[in-house]
Write a protein that binds this ligand. Structure first.
Ligand code: CA
Ligand code: CA
Ligand code: CA
Length: 211
């Protein structure tokens, strides 16, 4: 979320809105890293087309089939439209900690494959990784796309999260899995969902005009 603030003219905004693909008004998890050691992270993507007060956002961890969370966190500041907010483990590699907006030594990033993470906005569930109340054994999914020893990036055509916490979770259905300790996708997200393009990626050229 460490973004460079710019002011766009109305005509420029309209030009970009005109290139819109699908449209989204959602906040959802865009990345999940469960790597070696403490290499764990969550990335939240703001595709709501408006800036979000992070005090309205919370994340909960439901470990090992639990029906109640073992940890709940909320945040401060503003997450701009198209930007991501990264929650990293404090003992992770620098590739994670350097991209993180907040670090925890455990808490909601204390998952190891068989746990469930829930994202809420204004107290309402807007996304879930896993299934609340069920222990999958070692991980959700089947190799090569599971929540253990993989990096999961939300598919570009996913425009909203999974708001049903009680049904089966199949990572390959809406995530793209990469090998253990893949860190290169952390800190930005590309999607086809926003009328306004991704703040960090697609807007790079526009930003450069103002530098
Ligand atoms: Ca666990
Ligand atoms: Ca679900
Ligand atoms: Ca990402």
């Amino acid at each position: 979320m460490r973004s460079f603030k710019i002011v766009l003219t109305a005509s420029l905004l309209l030009a970009f809105a005109g290139t819109a693909a699908a449209q989204s008004t959602c906040l959802y998890f865009s990345e999940y890293i469960e790597g070696t050691g403490y290499n764990k992270a969550l990335e939240i993507y703001n595709a709501t087309e408006t800036d979000i007060d992070l005090s309205l956002v919370s994340v909960e961890l439901y470990p090992n089939g639990a029906s109640t969370p073992s940890a709940t966190v909320s945040f401060g500041g503003v997450l701009h439209n198209g930007d991501v907010f990264v929650i990293g483990h404090a003992m992770a590699y620098a590739a994670i900690t350097g991209q993180s907006d907040v670090l925890y030594n455990g808490s909601v990033v204390n998952f190891n494959g068989d746990d469930t993470v829930v994202l809420k906005l204004g107290g309402s569930i807007v996304d879930v990784i896993g299934q609340v109340g069920l222990d999958p054994g070692t991980a959700w999914g089947v190799n090569p796309c599971t929540t253990l020893d993989h990096t999961l990036v939300r598919a570009v055509d996913v425009c909203c999260g999974d708001t049903v916490t009680s049904d089966a979770f199949i990572p390959a259905a809406s995530w793209v899995c990469s090998a253990v300790d893949t860190f290169g996708f952390l800190g930005l997200h590309a999607s086809n969902c926003q009328a306004v393009a991704n703040d960090d990626a697609a807007w790079g050229a526009v930003k450069s005009m103002y530098r």
